[in-house]
Design a protein around this ligand. Structure first.
Ligand code: EPZ
Length: 437
């Protein structure tokens, strides 16, 4: 099992110190989890290198072990290496405890159907950020020939044989696209997904599966209309493979907004720059400056040297490559102390403004109405005891704490540990006065 670097229950921050220094970005949570699930399709031993050492990865490891896979974890220079051997998958009934603990468990349905033709799982859990139905996952799997029964909170999926089909998503859901890919890799014939999600966490899953012997094509039309083609490959042709995990674009963006809010100038190593143009554009408009060293793969980010951060007028979260919903709270924390007014429209999830109440307790001027938040920047925030209600909102409270005067204590940090390997260690490397309590 992966171990997190801390066992404290809260984070204490003494704010008001600009950030300086450099830090290496951890690997991506949302890329690692589906690739771990994909290993269920591969009988040999695959090693996923430099995975993030976070709670969700530990839960996924447990789920794979419960299915019958062998999981070995060893320390890596950053994070952990995970070797997964799925020689004998003996159990398709996954335990509620881990399934309910995270959203990503739902994609084990596709992997188990592809591997053994059957899956019993609970409705998945995950951060409470609004309605999170799985209708697109279920209807896609049915199109591939799975029969699905809902028994209370439990889902039972079964297929004698999965067959390729044309699946046209009404919305490009990241998880549903990954689930269908996992089920279709070993299905008979060709599957075409239309309006597939184009997030890097989808393309990297295809890259991993192709390296293992799958036949997935991303034609030009993938980038314009999300058309993705999967030619079914017999299970016996999938081979174990080693894979280097990609860096986390959301952790990178979190530290970029932290610098905007706290002030200062930092360097981030191991940055997926090509995934961050929407964030780069906003930070520049807010008065920050960014340079990228292509050779060293290092991003330098500086807050405005003189005067206050400026608010842009309006931003709407969108699917990739638009501005990510997973950075909306971090932007809100920085905007809370910028000059002027920002309106945020949250277009992906229906309830992702829980942080607003906590920021108001720190002195922010934020009004929310449905999926819109209006932030009027104030001159300063004041440190308070605040509560992390979900992963990204929790990280955003750390940003607010860095910018605030006095002490901020964030409780319920288990949410933050689900996605950030060591947010305290990273921010300390950048000169913050921050500790686990
Ligand atoms: C993934 O969630 C990420 N999670 C989320 O990251 C991320 O916010 C989200 O994609 C959008 O980028 C993981 O990768 C584990 P969706 P996912 O299916 O797959 C609706 C984080 O902080 N929808 O693209 O659950 C849904 O309700 C997390 O790391 C349906 O209506 O996202 C939502 O409004 C949180 N029916 C929208 O689509 C479905 O069957 C986007 O969901 C599926 C989704």
């Amino acid at each position: 099992m992966a171990q997190c670097k801390n066992d404290g229950n809260s984070i204490k921050i003494e704010g008001g110190r600009p950030l300086h220094g450099s830090v290496r970005i951890q690997s991506s949570k949302n890329a690692t989890l589906p690739i771990m699930a994909a290993c269920l399709l591969i009988p040999g031993k695959s090693t996923l290198k430099a995975c993030p050492d976070i709670t969700d990865v530990a839960y996924m490891s447990r789920l794979l072990e419960c299915a019958g896979a062998g999981v070995e974890i060893s320390p890596a220079p950053t994070g952990i290496d995970i070797s997964i051997t799925a020689g004998n998958i003996t159990n398709c009934r996954l335990p509620s405890r881990y399934v309910k603990a995270m959203r990503s468990s739902v994609i084990l349905m596709g992997a188990l159907l592809g591997r053994v033709g059957e899956a019993y799982v609970d409705y998945p859990g995950g951060c409470v950020i609004g309605e999170r139905p799985i209708d697109l996952h279920l209807s896609g799997l049915e199109k591939l020939g799975a029969q699905i029964w809902i028994e209370g909170n439990r889902i039972h999926a079964y297929a004698d044989e999965l067959k390729g089909a044309c699946i046209n998503f009404p919305f490009p859901s990241v998880g549903a696209t990954q689930n269908i890919i996992l089920a279709a890799v070993t299905a008979k014939g060709t599957t075409v997904i239309k309006n597939a999600a184009r997030e890097p966490e989808v393309t990297v899953l295809c890259e991993f599966l192709n390296k293992a012997g799958a036949d997935i094509t991303l034609p030009e039309s993938f980038w314009t209309e999300g058309r993705l083609i999967i030619n079914g490959t017999p299970l016996s042709r999938l081979c174990a493979t080693d894979f280097d995990m990609i860096p986390d674009r959301i952790v990178t963006g979190t530290y970029m907004f932290a610098t905007m809010a706290a002030g200062g100038s930092i360097k981030l190593e191991n940055v997926p720059i090509e995934q961050l143009y929407s964030v780069w554009a906003i930070i520049t408009k807010m008065g920050g400056s960014i340079t990228y060293d292509d050779e060293k793969k290092t991003l330098a980010v500086s807050a405005p040297e003189k005067g206050r951060l400026k608010n842009i007028e309006f931003i709407e979260t969108d699917v990739y490559p638009g501005f990510p919903t997973d950075l909306q709270s971090q932007l809100m924390a920085a905007a809370a102390i910028a000059r002027g007014e920002l309106t945020i429209k949250e277009s992906i999830f229906s309830s992702r403004f829980k942080i607003a109440e906590e920021l108001r307790r720190m002195g922010a001027d934020i009004r929310t109405d449905g999926n819109t938040a209006i932030i009027n920047g104030v001159a300063a925030l004041t440190g308070r005891n605040v509560i992390a209600h979900e992963l990204r909102g929790g990280a955003a409270l750390a940003i607010a704490g860095l910018a605030a005067s006095g002490i901020t204590t964030i409780s319920d940090i288990s949410y933050i540990n689900r996605g950030y390997q060591d947010i305290v260690g990273d921010l300390r490397c950048l000169g913050a006065k921050i500790s686990y309590e």
